[in-house]
Design a binder for this molecule. Structure first.
Ligand code: MRU
Length: 360
């Protein structure tokens, strides 16, 4: 029987290369609907509204969107194409600010365009190169996630209880996920993990997405409210915390979904290892510390109005809705990348894995 990670794909290019197809994550878990995105504007809207979400998946979607923008630009010279690409790159880069994978993917496409322009001025060939690069980003992400999963699995034991926050699963990436990759790989080897999924207020990625994808895959998952992590840990049910991330600064400070830093503080209190699963595409050495990471603030209605329909708070109440927080590097036991497992002090290890990535 095929596992659901082989079946469900969060973001792909369609067969003709004319559109991006995404699984609309805002409709899960009740409806599994694929949406076809035909223009960069469609892609921007899907990223902004979290129809496609999770740092690696956002990067892949943006890369496809930039390719579509270049293809549809009507440019007749390479200079016109380059200018059009620059405009669509800036536009897609304005969709969400925190996950660095979005910017990483767009930069990578631009670099490829510049390299190809040295060899050819043919607009068709340049657009084809952009498509190839976007496809490569998606395919590489599968490999990267599988490798992260293998490293992370080496830190776990059969039967472990694992707590996770938000969704860093197969639908947040090309395949496997980052934090959930060792769970899928462990399942194939009979590890029998018991997963605790934080619901993840306000948009419930843990309840709607993590609990959904793990239970679809036949994995033992228990949904808890965010404020229950402490009791679950105190009862000895959790042997490791695994989370994904949206941006890792040079000193190891890590931005991830709002609430992650609180989980890390609890894990330290209870002596539970706290692991961050981070593809190198999520590492941003230009941020010295977490203070340099831009934290997205989202609409107040996400916390005041249930599914934008029923009020959950008094009208006009003051709100603050940061979508991410930064976990201090001193709370992190290890950062697991596709280049290996990094332990504190993270600065040197992060520099070294990024040097390896650049040398590739
Ligand atoms: O706002 P979201 O749902 O895009 O936030 C996603 C997360 O915080 C994930 O943990 C992170 O992007 C890693 S996904 C492999």
């Amino acid at each position: 029987m095929k596992n659901m990670i082989d079946i469900v794909q969060s973001v792909i290019l369609n067969e003709t290369g004319e559109a991006v197809v995404i699984l609309d994550q805002t409709l899960l878990p009740t409806q599994k609907v694929y949406q076809t995105l035909k223009t960069p504007e469609d892609v921007w809207e899907a990223i902004y509204h979290l129809k496609v979400r999770g740092a690696p998946a956002i990067g892949i979607a943006a890369a496809y969107g930039a390719y579509l923008g270049a293809k549809q630009s009507g440019a007749s010279t390479s200079a016109e194409l380059y200018a059009a690409f620059g405009r669509v790159k800036d536009y897609l880069g304005s969709s969400r600010p925190t996950a660095v994978n979005l910017f990483w993917a767009l930069e990578r496409l631009e670099k490829r365009l510049v390299t190809e322009m040295k060899a050819t001025a043919d607009v068709g060939q340049l657009v084809a190169a952009l498509k190839e690069e976007a496809e490569a980003i998606r395919l590489e992400d599968e490999q990267v996630c599988e490798t992260i999963g293998t490293y992370a699995l080496s830190l776990l034991k059969p039967g472990d209880g694992i707590l996770t926050h938000c969704n860093a699963g197969t639908i947040a990436t090309a395949k496997y996920g980052t934090a959930l990759a060792p769970i899928y790989l462990g399942q194939q080897q009979g590890y029998q993990f018991k997963v605790y999924a934080d619901e993840t207020r306000p948009l419930l990625q843990g309840a709607r997405l993590t609990a959904w994808e793990l239970s679809e895959a036949g994995i033992d998952v228990t949904l808890i409210c965010d404020n229950m992590a402490s009791i679950v840990m105190s009862e000895g049910k959790v042997q490791a915390v695994l989370v994904g991330c949206d941006r890792v600064a040079a000193n190891g400070d890590t931005a991830n979904k709002i609430g992650t830093s609180g989980v890390a503080i609890l894990a330290q209190h209870y002596g539970i290892p706290f692991y961050v699963c981070a593809p190198t595409s999520t590492i941003d050495l230009s941020c010295q510390t977490g203070k340099d990471i831009v934290i997205e603030e989202r609409d107040a209605t996400e916390i005041t109005t249930k599914w934008y329909e029923e009020p959950m708070a008094p009208a006009n109440v003051k709100t603050y809705n940061p979508a991410f927080d930064v976990t201090d590097h001193r709370l992190i036991t290890a950062i697991i990348t596709e280049k290996g497992i990094l332990r504190p002090d993270f600065a040197e290890g992060l520099q070294s894995v990024m040097n390896q990535s650049e040398a590739k």
